[in-house]
Ligand binder design. Structure first.
Ligand code: 8YV
Length: 322
């Protein structure tokens, strides 16, 4: 009988996912969940047929070019593939897949948490109670911004953007969006399309970022664009830190141009984030928890495995990105 294909699994995955992996493949697991260096990634790929990795492993041009010939596929445990040089993978004949759809609900939930945390001063309130600094109540105590009925602007109306719009409608928010192309009316669900980004910015009481990290989106939310938001707007980022110019966002949060920001993803995450995000009261921060639910992480693992199963059965994987 032919040996089972061998998979290098770069991070510790949920138990149910590792159980299925162990049943169907020969696996090089990472039980200590150590973050491998680029050299280690190349070394450990030595005998595997495919790599199952996360966004924490940077498969850049250099690393991909050094991968041994036995590597047929890189199955990402993520929807974002900005950590993977797709052109380099194509040049080497390596199939790359991702895990769309299954994390849209979880990420939209985190976008709502970030929005509410920012609007209702979640960071200040939480810190006050925990540090035993809450000793009074008054009618004017810690007033926040109500979001019900306000305008919710979305940059990037893909899968996550659309689910987030649906959740925001639950707060009677009016949905506006900017996207490369306009959605069909049944997907738009009454949302207002803005072909020009500037026109979206002008009406975004809450601006929520849902675009991928690519050359077009790096630094997209810069000082000029922040200036076009309504005074007192709220910025929510559950996409990628790279979409934001941190100095510009911090300046606007300090000056009062923006009311607050709710941020789940950062430039330099996890440890090299802009220091002001740890200090400013009007920033509600989370450590990249967008897809971090039991249900979603299982689903992401199974989706990555479905892709590997297809590849090794000689079928086209559902989520091929290269
Ligand atoms: C994932 C994400 O948890 O899927 C993505 O692109 O940003 C996250 O929600 C992470 O990337 C897992 O590798």
């Amino acid at each position: 009988m032919r040996n089972k294909p061998s998979i290098f699994v770069t991070r510790k995955l949920p138990e149910a996912v590792e159980t299925r992996l162990a049943g169907d493949y020969q696996c090089d697991f990472n039980p200590d969940d150590r973050l491998y260096t680029g050299d280690e990634l190349v070394q450990r790929a030595d005998k595997c047929d495919a790599i199952l990795c996360c966004h924490t492993e940077k498969f850049n041009k250099e690393i991909i070019s050094r991968l041994p010939k036995n590597v047929r596929a890189i199955a990402n445990f993520s929807v974002g593939i900005d950590h993977c040089d797709l052109q380099a993978a194509i040049a080497k004949g390596i199939v790359v897949t991702n895990t769309p759809d299954v994390l849209s609900d979880a990420t939209a939930e985190i976008a709502m948490l970030c929005m509410l945390g920012a609007a209702r001063r979640g960071n200040e309130g939480f810190s006050m109670v925990r540090a035993d600094r809450w000793h009074d109540w008054s009618p004017t105590f810690m007033l926040g911004k109500q979001i019900t009925g306000k305008r919710f602007g979305i940059i990037g109306m893909g899968r996550v953007g659309q689910v987030t719009a649906k959740r925001a409608r639950g707060f009677d928010m009016q949905i506006h969006y900017h996207n490369r192309s306009r959605l069909d009316p049944e997907m738009e669900q009454g949302a207002t399309y803005h072909q020009q980004l500037d026109s979206l910015l002008a009406v975004s009481d809450v601006l929520s970022l849902h675009c991928p990290n690519n050359p077009d989106s790096v630094g997209l939310l810069n000082a000029d664009r922040i200036a076009k938001l309504p005074d007192g707007a709220i910025v929510v980022n559950t996409a990628r830190g790279t979409v934001v110019d941190d100095d510009a966002l911090v300046a606007a949060l300090k000056s009062g141009k923006l009311w607050a920001a709710g941020i789940d993803v950062f430039n330099g995450e996890p440890s090299e984030i802009h220091p002001a995000y740890r200090e400013l009261g009007n920033v509600f921060v989370l450590p990249h928890l967008g897809s971090a639910t039991v249900e979603t992480r299982d689903a992401m693992g199974f989706r990555a495995l479905d892709n590997l199963d297809a590849i090794f059965a000689g079928r086209e994987p559902l989520d091929r990105v290269a």
